[in-house]
Design a protein around this ligand. Structure first.
Ligand code: FMN
Length: 392
């Protein structure tokens, strides 16, 4: 094959970018200082008010599940295969008829203004550029109208809009009219848990909508009007949605419905039965019911109960390409992240979100190459074992 001069220059630049010589990017840009998710977390922590950081990073009660979400990855060992052609790595997949470049999705996260004003829109734009699926909490109408909203996005509901048939219908109609490619229903937040860091800090929840206030000269924040209080049961005035609400919504729309917050085989079977199109295994980033274990521990039973009938996604504690690879090996179709992209958002806004996705995606591709799996279809259960396990 004969290369034109321009092709040759382009090929050289591509090689140089990939080889770490950095000709294609300006590495003096501070964006390229952090090289992994943990570096972004350190930057975010430095930048944020300590109370905003606690809101971002904390979990509920003992924070046991928060530790579990990370600890579990140490218990899973990759069984790499050698002498496989890994010159090309393909991370692409098709999810609900949509072609995605890679299996890393962006979870919903409320209160982004605590970390970066206009954060929801910044994340939608980043998702657009990174061609990543974004589950939004809403309020990105302007970005969608501009054409720069996430190309693939799902609208989140935490149940409020599903309280009765009328409100459910208007929610579904609006979401369809906006062009969402799916609906994600978070089922684990019918009551807000005790997030004790926030309680100790007397965090005012509304700050995470209006922007975190600056401290005064004495280092004080304005007094919270509605701090989180221990000892008060957070009752809700109307019944919380149950499975019949999902059944009803299922009949109202052709959009895929994904349930987020499933942790058991029983509920996974229920999801299939009511016609849900996908599940996100989640413990809400360990921010809701504590002591539910890590999400990776729930993965095998949920995968088994769903029995290849619907895709299973998972979130909670994914910080490395190897973490993602382990979940894919245990049967997940894709993985979702929240805190990692929120660290990027805090540190650099939209560009930080894009960079975190890029780093994780590159780590995953490299880990797949080193493990001898050139594409997602080549990943199966035999790629991992639990410590102590002798059969897999
Ligand atoms: C600051 C913050 C806000 C969140 N808000 C929501 C929310 O509004 N709805 C929801 O379903 N999940 C919410 N989550 C949970 C995430 O969607 C996700 O399940 C979890 O954080 C994934 O774990 P990771 O942060 O370790 O990646 C939030 C998480 C964080 C960190």
């Amino acid at each position: 094959m004969k290369l034109s001069r321009r092709d040759a220059v382009r090929a050289f630049l591509g090689w140089a970018a990939g080889s770490g010589y950095g000709l294609a990017q300006d590495y003096s840009d501070p964006l390229y200082g952090p090289i992994n998710v943990f570096d972004f977390a350190a930057l975010a922590k430095k930048k944020l008010d300590p109370y905003a950081w606690d809101y971002l990073d904390g979990g509920s009660e003992d924070e046991q599940s928060l530790r579990d979400n990370r600890e579990i990855f140490k218990q899973i060992i990759i069984r790499p295969r050698m002498l496989v052609d890994t010159s090309k790595i393909d991370l692409s997949l098709t999810l609900f008829g949509q072609k995605l470049d890679h299996p890393i999705l962006l979870d919903p996260a409320g209160g982004k203004n605590c970390f970066f004003m206009g954060g929801e829109a910044a994340v939608a734009k980043a998702a657009h550029n990174a061609n990543t699926l974004h589950i939004t909490n809403g309020g990105i109408d302007d970005v969608l109208e501009s054409g720069n909203g996430a190309k693939v996005w799902w609208q989140l509901t935490t149940g409020g809009q599903l309280a009765n048939t009328q409100s459910m219908r208007s929610f579904v109609k609006r979401v369809e009219a906006q062009g969402a490619s799916g609906i994600c229903f978070s089922v684990d937040i019918m009551h807000v848990s005790h997030r004790e860091r926030d309680m100790h800090n007397k965090l005012e929840r509304s700050w995470c909508e209006t922007g975190f206030p600056k401290r005064d000269a004495q280092g004080r924040l304005p007094e919270a009007k509605h701090p989180w209080r221990a000892g008060l049961y957070p009752s809700r005035p109307s019944p919380t949605p149950a499975w019949n609400a999902v059944r009803e919504m299922r009949q109202m729309t052709k959009l895929p419905i994904v349930i987020k917050g499933i942790l058991t085989a029983e509920d996974a079977a229920r999801c299939v039965e009511v016609g849900v199109n996908g599940i996100i295994i989640s413990n809400h980033g360990a921010r809701q019911l504590d002591h539910v274990g890590s999400t990776m521990e729930a993965l095998p039973e949920v995968v088994k109960a769903a029995g290849n009938r619907i895709p299973i996604m998972i979130d909670g504690g994914f910080r490395r390409g190897t973490d993602i690879l382990k979940a894919l090996a245990l049967g997940a179709t894709a993985v979702a992240i929240a805190r990692p992209y929120l660290y990027g958002l805090t540190a650099f806004g939209q560009r930080g979100v894009e960079r975190v996705i890029e780093l994780l995606r590159t780590e995953l591709a490299l880990d797949m190459a080193l493990a001898g799996v050139p594409n997602l279809a080549a990943i199966d259960r035999s790629l991992v074992r639990f410590r102590g396990e002798t059969k897999w």
